[in-house]
Design a protein around this ligand. Sequence first.
Ligand code: SAH
Length: 229
Amino acid sequence: MKRILFNIIILSTSCTGDNNELYLSRMKMIETQIKQRGIKDQAILDAMLKINRHEFVQENFQRLAYSDRPVPIGFGQTISQPYIVAFMSEKLNVNTHHKVLEIGTGSGYQAAVLAELSEHVYTIEIISELAKRAEKVLNKNKYDNITVRIGDGYKGWPEEAPFDRIMVTAAPEKIPERLIEQLAPSGIMVIPVGETVMMQYLWSITKENDGSIKKEKIFPVRFVPMVKE
Ligand code: SAH
C-alpha cells in the first residue's frame, strides 16, 4: 500500500495537466503495445516512457503519437510504430559503451531511444529539412550524444567507423556492402531489406570476430524504401 501511494505521489508531482495526460498515454503504450508483445529490456521500456514521442511528429498528428501505428512526419516519410522501435532496439542489443550508426534519422525519435541506451549515436538523413527538424527537437530535449548529418546513408559514415551497432530504418533492395564494412568485429546491424514494399524482411546481421558474416531473417516488415542519391 505504501508503495502504491508512493507511486501515485511521484506521478502526480512529476506530471501536471497536459503533461500528465501524455505521460499516461505513454504508460499505456508501454503496457499494451510493448510489454504485452514480449519486450523485456528495462532500459528500452524506461527510454520509451521518458521520451516525448509527441514532440517528434507533426503538430497536426500529435494526437496519434502514442497509437499503435506509424505516423506521418512530412515529405512522405513516417515515424515507425512504437513496437517496431522497441523490437529493433532490443534486437540491436545495445550497451552504454556502444558507438551506434543510424541510417534514416526521420523524426529523430529512434535516435533518441538509441541515445538513451548507448554512448553516442551518429545518424544520417537524406532529406535536409527532416534532418534539421530532428536536430532541433533533439537539442530541445538535451541530447548531447547524437550527431545528425545530412547525406546518403549508403555511404555510411567512414570518418567515424567502425560502429558497434548499426540500425537502418529505410529499406534498401540489398544489404549495403559499405555498411557491413563499417561494422566493428562482433558488431550487429538490424536492417529491413526488400526489392518491393510488399516483400521486405527485417534482418539481423552479425560480424563475427574473425570477420565472417551471419545473417538472420526475422519477419516481414514495411518500411519506406532507402533512396539512392
Ligand atoms: N528512424 C526514423 C524513421 C525513419 S523513416 C524515426 O525514428 O522517425 C526513414 C527515413 O530514411 C526517412 O526520413 C528517409 O528520408 C530516410 N532515407 C531514405 N533513404 C535514405 C538514404 N539513402 N540515406 C539516408 N536517409 C535516407
